[in-house]
Ligand binder design. Structure first.
Ligand code: XMP
Length: 430
């Protein structure tokens, strides 16, 4: 491994990721480990240069202060503590150290080198992946989302044709989305890509199903069945590639922190499909995943895309999905994205999309009464998707988008803007 590392031991802090980010932002790799790490486990990590004991709100469990193995103090690593009283540390900070203090610890005391960058990360991972996988094969569900695309690009670089990507088009993708997955991965990166157009199968299963939860269950369940069928057709697969990223691991709960939510990336895959997991992004934060994608040569549109829900346009074509309304969602979404990009809003707004409800309203087209659908535009900003505020779109831009949707999208005679923050509304409608 090329990178020096600062280890953060979680002694009940709610700020572990903030501290890890602060260290990485200084160009030094950092990892968060549980407080009960053993000396052997610590010594097995590559290039450790120093340790930060990171206490905080949860440092007292069942009336007792959590402690590290006293033998760790004797290992010879420079150590500081944050919000954790420890007579054995030289330096103790009551709260997150200022940048100058952090720099002094990392560079003067630990003598770490600022060698954390994506070039080194990619080089290290390629070497590790080749060692882990040897001449065996890896299967990857390639949705076209940021994380799965970056994992695919990294695995292609490491093992080439030993990676089999399966792209399932459930018919609920955005305009040209599957085409761009094929273009980038099959035509440009020459990936071993299995493309499955399962549109009819998904739309068939979803016919007349109006309940949002039931729609989500059908889409998720069917996705696993299609993926499983494809996996069974392939021979000699030993590994399953996954786009797990660092927040997924951290949010799944460290030993002192409360569980935020558990993440199941390919949740529900049958147990008799037994694979070892390959998760090369599991130490990266989201913006680092994007930087890794750029380093690997993926197009910026793919790497900087906004979040898109697994059930796709299925939860934006409200109620029971019909083909005409699904087309209206897809076309209006494409217009919205195009106009947002033109106005530079794509870099400013966290998430923006259209939905089409399952009722009609009266209007006039060509001097005649019409009875057609409406498109609702939603554009929000958020930090963690737990709460969200609406974006105040410039009136002229909204008007331009409205005019284009009314002129170009079939079966639509009305456009509305959703003013609701989260809560009480969620970001998606279903
Ligand atoms: P809500 O609607 O709960 O959405 O406010 C929060 C964020 O999560 C996205 N979302 C999903 N992402 N699979 C995903 O990967 C899903 O099933 C899913 N549902 C919602 C949503 O787009 C928003 O960014």
């Amino acid at each position: 491994m090329k990178q020096d590392m600062i280890v953060i031991l979680d002694l009940g802090s709610t700020n572990n990721t903030v501290l890890a980010r602060a260290v990485r932002d200084l160009g030094v790799y950092s990892e968060i480990h549980p407080h009960d790490i053993t000396v052997e486990e610590l010594n097995a990590l590559d290039n450790v240069k120093g340790i930060i004991l990171n206490g905080g709100a949860n440092r007292v469990v069942d009336g007792k202060e959590v402690e590290i193995d006293p033998a760790l103090y004797e290992c010879g690593y420079p150590m500081i503590s944050v919000d954790y009283p420890s007579s054995k540390c030289e330096k103790q900070f009551a709260e997150l150290p200022e940048e100058a203090d952090l720099k002094s610890f990392i560079f003067d005391e630990c003598k770490a080198e600022a060698n954390w960058n994506m070039k080194n990360f990619v080089a290290d991972q390629v070497e590790l992946l080749r060692r882990q996988i040897g001449d065996r094969k890896v299967l990857l569900a390639l949705s076209g989302g940021v994380d799965s695309s970056v994992v695919a690009a990294l695995l292609i670089k490491a093992i080439g044709q030993q990676l089999v990507c399966v792209h399932v088009n459930h018919g609920l993708m955005r305009k040209n989305e599957s085409e761009s997955v094929i273009e980038v991965f099959k035509n440009q990166l020459h990936a071993n890509l299995v493309y499955v157009d399962a549109t009819e199968r998904f739309l068939g299963k979803l016919e007349n199903v109006a309940d949002p939860e039931q729609k989500r269950k059908i889409i998720g369940g069917e996705f696993i069945r299609v993926f499983e069928e494809e996996a069974r057709k392939l021979d000699g697969i030993d590994f399953l590639g996954q786009g797990t990223i660092y927040p997924d691991i951290i949010e799944s709960g460290t030993k002192t922190a409360k569980m935020v939510k558990s993440h199941h990336n390919v949740g529900g895959l049958p147990e008799d499909l037994q694979f070892e997991l390959v998760e090369p992004l599991k130490q990266l934060f989201k913006d680092e995943v994007r930087a890794c994608g750029i380093e690997l040569g993926l197009p910026a549109e793919m790497v900087y895309r906004q979040p898109f829900p697994g059930p796709g346009l299925g939860v934006r074509c409200l109620g029971a999905i019909t083909r005409d309304r699904l087309e209206a969602v897809r076309e209006s979404d494409a217009i919205l994205r195009e106009e947002f990009a033109k106005a530079g809003l794509d870099k400013q707004v966290w998430q923006y999309f259209t939905v089409v409800p399952d009722f009609k309203s009266v209007g006039m087209k060509n001097h005649e009464r019409c009875f057609e659908y409406m498109v609702i535009i939603r554009a929000i900003n958020t930090i963690d998707a737990m709460t969200a505020s609406i974006e105040r779109i410039d009136w002229d831009i909204l008007q331009k988008i409205t005019e284009r949707i009314l002129a170009e999208v079939a079966n639509v005679n009305r456009v509305c803007y959703d003013m609701s923050p989260k809560p009480p509304a969620t970001i998606e409608f279903e």
